[in-house]
Design a protein around this ligand. Sequence first.
Ligand SMILES: Nc1ncnc2c1ncn2[C@@H]1O[C@H](COP(=O)(O)OP(=O)(O)OP(=O)(O)O)[C@@H](O)[C@H]1O
Ligand SMILES: O=C([O-])CC(=O)C(=O)O
Ligand SMILES: [Ca+2]
Ligand SMILES: [Mn+2]
Length: 634
Amino acid sequence: METNGEVLFLNTTTDGKAFASKGHLCHDDSSPVVKAQTIDELHSLQKKKSVPTTPKTHHPDEDLQKLHLQSISASLASLTRETGPKVKSVKQQLDYLTPASLSTSDSALKFTHILYNLSPAELYEHAIKHEKGSFITSSGAIATLSGAKTGRSPKDKRVVKDDTTAAELWWDKGSPNIEMDEHTFLVNRERAVDYLNSLETVFVNDQFLNWDSNNRIKVRIVSARAYHSLFMHNMCIRPTLEELQNFGTPDFTIYNAGQFPCNRYTNYMTSSTTINLNLSRREMVILGTQYAGEMKKGLFSLMHYLMPKRGILSLHSGCNMGRNVDVALFFGLSGTGKTTLSTDHNRFLIGDDEHCWSDAGVSNIEGGCYAKCLDLSPEKEPDIFNAIKFGTVLENVVFEEHSREVDYADKSVTENTRASYPIEYIPNAKIPCVGPHPKNVILLACDAFGVLPPVSKLTLAQTMYHFISGYTALVAGTEEGIKEPQATFSACFGAAFVMLHPTKYAAMLADKMRKYGTTAWLVNTGWCGGRYGVGSRIKLANTRRLIDAIHSGSLLKAEYKKTEVFGLEIPAAVDGVPSEILDPMNAWDDKEAYRETLKKLAGLFKKNFEVFANYSVGGESKLTEEILAAGPIF
Ligand SMILES: Nc1ncnc2c1ncn2[C@@H]1O[C@H](COP(=O)(O)OP(=O)(O)OP(=O)(O)O)[C@@H](O)[C@H]1O
Ligand SMILES: O=C([O-])CC(=O)C(=O)O
Ligand SMILES: [Ca+2]
Ligand SMILES: [Mn+2]
C-alpha cells in the first residue's frame, strides 16, 4: 500500500480504538491498511479514470461527453424523422435539449442511459450480470446464446424501394432485395426505437468500416444487448480515442431491437422477424432476431451499394498476403473456407470475409473475423483456436458445466457455432488491413456432389461464369432452416448481400483482373471420391497444400489437362498431394455414377445461369458471349 513514498499503518490502542499512524515502523504482523475511509472510497480506488466511455467520474470533458450522450438519448426519445441520432455542437445540443423541443409523451421525456463504446471487460460484466446464457469459458472467451435464430434470415430482409433505389438496385427474380415502402420502414423504426427507449440502458458503438482511409464509412450501432455491442466492437474497425472525439455524425445507423418482434400485421411482414434497410435515410432496423451476423451482413450490403458507386468493387472474400507481397483473394459462400484458408500461419491476414478492391489495391471492410467453430481443433486451425481468448465472443457453443471447456464437436445448439474476434488476435494479421492488387483469385466451392476437381485453373471467361454462378453445397445451417447438404447458387458468391445486378460486380471484377494480370483458380473444398454420403470431405491439409502451390507460383508451371463437361484445366501433379485425388474421375470407384453425377451438376449450373443469359456484362457483348460459352458443355 505504498503511496507517494509514505506508508500507512493501522495501529490498535489499548482501548481498542483504531488510528492511522504515518511512517512509524512497528513490528506488528497486521497487514497495512488501504488508503480509504469507506467501502465506497475503497471501490473508487480500484478503477482508474479513463476515457472514452460513459462518464462515471469527473474529468475535464465530462460536460461535453454528458451532452453527447444526452443527445443520443434524446434523439432516441424524440419522434423526429431525422437521419439517425446526430451529435451536435454544445450550443446546438443545449437548444435541442430544452424541454420545449421534446414532445409530451412519457417515452419522449424518458432518459435512456447510453453505454457508449464500452470496453470488452465492461461488456463482459454487463452480459454476465444481465444476459442469460452468458458465461466465461476456460480460455477467457465469452460464450453467449443468440436466441431462437442461430443464422441469418434472408427471407425476412426488406429494402426500401423509393424513386432512387427503384432505379438503382436489383429487384428481379433471384434478387435478395425484397421491397418495402418508406412508411412501413418508419413504422418498424418507431417500433425498434420505442423498444430501445423503454430500456434503462442501451449500448451505442461508434466505429468505422473499411481500412482504405479515403473510403472509410462511419457507423453507429444502437443495441440492447452487451453481446451485440461486443460483437460489433470486434467486427468493425475500432476508433482511436482521437478518432472517437472527432467522430461527428455517423454515415449510417443500425437500430437493433432484436429481442423484440415486429408486428406481423404490418404491411410487407411475413413473420415476426424483419431486417430493414433504408439507403436514403442511411438506417437499418432489426426486429425479431438476435443473430448478430445480421448487423455484420447488413453493413456489408450497405458497402455493396456505396462502394460500386465510387468505382470500388466490394467482395464477399477473404484475403491474405505472402512475404513477397503477393495478395490472394478467397471467394466463396458461407462455409467454403474463406476464414479457414485465409488464416494461414505462413501468410499475413488482411481479412477473412469482406473486402474492397479499388484502384489503390485491396482493403478489408472489417476490424475482426467471424470463424465457424464446428469441429475446430488446435491441430488443424491453430491460429483460430488461439484467437478464442478474452474478448472473443463465442456464439451458441456447448461447454462443460464446471471446467467451462468448450466442446467444439457438440452441435446441440446449432451447427453454425461461431467465434468473433478482433483481427489482431491473429498473430500475423497485416495492420492496417490493406494490400496491393491481387495476384491470385481463388474461387472456393464446397461441392457435395464430389465431381469438381480439388483445384483447377480458370480462364477469365470461366472465372466470370463461376463468379456469377456462385456455386456451393451448403453444409451447416448459417442460413435458417438449412441442415442437409444441398446445391446452392448464389451470384457473386454472396447474392444475399448484393444490391446491384450481379453482372455489375462481375464486369468490375473482369476489368480489374485484366488490368492487374490476376490469375483465377477454382478450389473444391468439399467432397472427393464420391458424393456426400459416399466419398469424404477433402482433407484440409491437402487443400492447404494445393493453395500453397498457387501462392508460390509452382502450380502455374504444372502440366494441365482439360476435364470433360466443365472444361476445367487440372494439374497432373502437385507437391505433397496424392495425385489420384486431382482428377475426380480417378477418385471415384464407380465411373458410371461419376459421369451421371457430373451431368446432373452441369444441368443445375445451366438451369441456374438461364436468368443471366439475357444480361450483358459491362455492356460488352463479346465478353458476355465468352462467359456463356465458358459454362459446362454436355
Ligand atoms: N478442405 C477444407 N477446406 C476448407 N475448410 C474445410 C475443409 N475441410 C473442412 N473444412 C471446414 O469447413 C469450414 C469452413 O468454414 P469457414 O469459416 O472458413 O467458412 P467461410 O467461407 O469463412 O464462411 P462464412 O462466410 O460463413 O464466414 C471450417 O469449419 C473448416 O474447418
Ligand atoms: O453472415 C453470416 O451469418 C455468416 C457469414 O459470414 C455468411 O453467411 O457469409
Ligand atoms: Ca468467414
Ligand atoms: Mn461471410
